[in-house]
Design a protein around this ligand. Structure first.
Ligand code: CO
Length: 502
């Protein structure tokens, strides 16, 4: 085959993925609408819309001409790194899609809407009778899905690979075991500190109309282009879309300004990644993010390493004081910084501090493995959860909302995703460590100059999309494979200062 034939085939393939990409972005828009705009009774209809759309996408993904091209194209021809990655991802997508029956794809899409809607209602009424059967079906369909695609792998690994390509539970187990031990050690030092923090000092009224402009100021300074995005309110904050339409949501808590602010910085970290991808390559198979772990590294870095740092507040604290003279006129800057880094064992993952957060994730990883491998049923989940939680945190949740029903992921049928949060924290610390060696980060933060940081991330990470596997990207950026050490050094140094230990 001549080179020109190869190029023609590649282009034909990309033409097809271009269409698939746009269909996928329509599904994202429907999901955004569901969370932000849709009236409650629209759920049943939305379930059918998404089921129908996912069936169309599945038909495109399994189109025989894609299989014919992939069977004849020369993967070892003289391709660029980007083209090689496109072919790799195209093959992976095609192999995966052709293993799954269209009806199962549609049923999973339908159940995702119905079960999450039921989850929202059940949490409000604390009446779970309608929710449990839907939740059981959701898990059952996911097990079937995993069986369809897993080949030689266990179910868990088949699903984990969808979110964190190349990652395996066998690799995560020792990494998480060591991380858990180390985090417990740090937590013990904090709990033994003679210099505790009292976050009650931050509790007062923060009207939403005064919170919003401050959050907007921060995210615009981070370089989030609001002409290519928007900020709305939803029950569960998220970021969606790509290219010229990247949207984020937040929620306001009138007694706690940190929820919306750090939530906005988190979602903007995701949005900057999407806005920083090479726009021309967006519809290509390897044009999107490298993985959800890498995605989360961006959000967590902005939220925690930057947003909860001292130099960041050197610049922003005077502005915050102007917006909220009460309580901040009476809180010294260094005390403020300690308060926003308060560490405490708590029930809710999304409210957890940097030290305990990964303990929540590691526990979920173990529980969802049991669920997927038929070792644990939904009926036994609440009791099992409470038992595990008691072991890890020394307290037992008193309601389902505080316990196993707190996250939207499992009701949405998303199993095998949680590890990407812990990996995101680890990647964030390792990237941040490298960045501080190449940029005067603290100096920039203290002057409110956030754009050079966005540019560094863009140049080192965003522009490559999924050209490189997450582990390879990490080696390219930091010179080393992923390890827990940068995270542990970061936590020990920071919290040693907050809680006065060494
Ligand atoms: Co996130």
């Amino acid at each position: 085959m001549t080179a020109q034939v190869q190029i023609d085939q590649y282009q034909e393939l990309m033409k097809r993925y271009n269409e698939i990409h746009h269909l996928g972005s329509i599904a994202q828009l429907l999901q955004w609408d569901q969370e932000v705009m849709m009236p409650r009774e629209g759920g049943a209809q939305r379930a059918e819309q998404l089921a129908a759309l996912q069936k169309v996408i599945h038909a495109h993904n399994t189109a025989p001409p894609i299989g014919e091209i992939l069977a004849t194209i020369d993967f070892n021809a003289d391709w660029t790194d980007e083209q090689k990655a496109d072919l790799r991802e195209a093959k992976k997508t095609y192999d995966l899609a052709t293993k799954v029956p269209a009806d199962l794809v549609a049923e999973i899409a339908r159940l995702e809407v119905l079960t999450t809607q039921s989850w929202v209602a059940a949490r409000q009424s604390e009446e779970y009778d309608d929710f449990w059967p839907l939740f059981k079906s959701t898990l059952q369909r996911r097990r079937e899905y995993a069986d369809a695609i897993r080949g030689e792998r266990c179910r868990y690994d088949a699903l984990l690979d969808l979110y964190e390509p190349g990652e395996t539970s066998a690799n995560l187990r020792p990494l998480f075991a060591e991380l858990r031990t180390q985090l417990r050690g740090i937590l013990e030092k904090i709990q033994g500190s003679s210099h505790p923090t009292n976050p009650a000092a931050l509790v007062t009224e923060y009207p939403e109309e005064k919170q919003r402009p401050f959050s907007e100021k921060v995210i615009q300074q981070m370089g989030y282009n609001l002409k290519a995005g928007r900020l709305d309110v939803s029950a569960h904050p998220f970021c969606t879309g790509t290219g010229g339409d990247v949207r984020i949501t937040t929620r306001y808590n009138k007694n706690n300004f940190t929820e919306a602010l750090f939530g906005c910085m988190h979602e903007t970290g995701h949005a900057l990644y999407e806005q920083g991808l090479n726009r021309e390559r967006l519809p290509f198979p390897a044009g999107g993010a490298a993985s959800l772990g890498i995605h989360e590294s961006q959000s967590r870095m902005w939220e925690n390493m930057i947003g909860r740092s001292e130099p960041f507040w050197e610049y922003f604290y005077p502005m915050l004081k102007e917006q909220f003279p009460t309580p901040f006129n009476n809180i010294a800057p260094d005390e403020f910084w300690r308060l926003i880094n308060h560490v405490e064992k708590s029930f809710i993952r999304t409210e957890a501090d940097e030290v305990t957060y990964n303990l929540h994730i590691i526990m979920r990883f173990e529980v969802e493995e049991q669920l997927l491998e038929d070792k644990l049923s939904i009926d036994d989940l609440p009791e099992y959860w409470n038992h595990q939680f008691q072991q890890d945190f020394g307290v037992t949740p008193t309601s389902l909302k505080q316990g196993c029903i707190q996250d939207i992921h499992w009701p949405a049928g998303i199993f095998g995703y949680f590890p990407t949060y812990a990996l995101g924290n680890l990647y964030a610390a390792q990237f941040y460590n490298t960045m501080t060696q190449q940029l005067p980060v603290n100096e920039l933060l203290s002057k409110g100059e956030l754009l050079p940081i966005r540019e560094w991330l863009r140049e080192q990470i965003h522009q490559y999309g999924h050209t490189y596997a997450p582990g390879d990207l990490c080696k390219r950026v930091t010179g080393k494979p992923l390890s827990i050490q940068p995270m542990l050094s970061y936590l020990n140094e920071k919290y040693g200062k907050v809680y006065n230990f060494s």
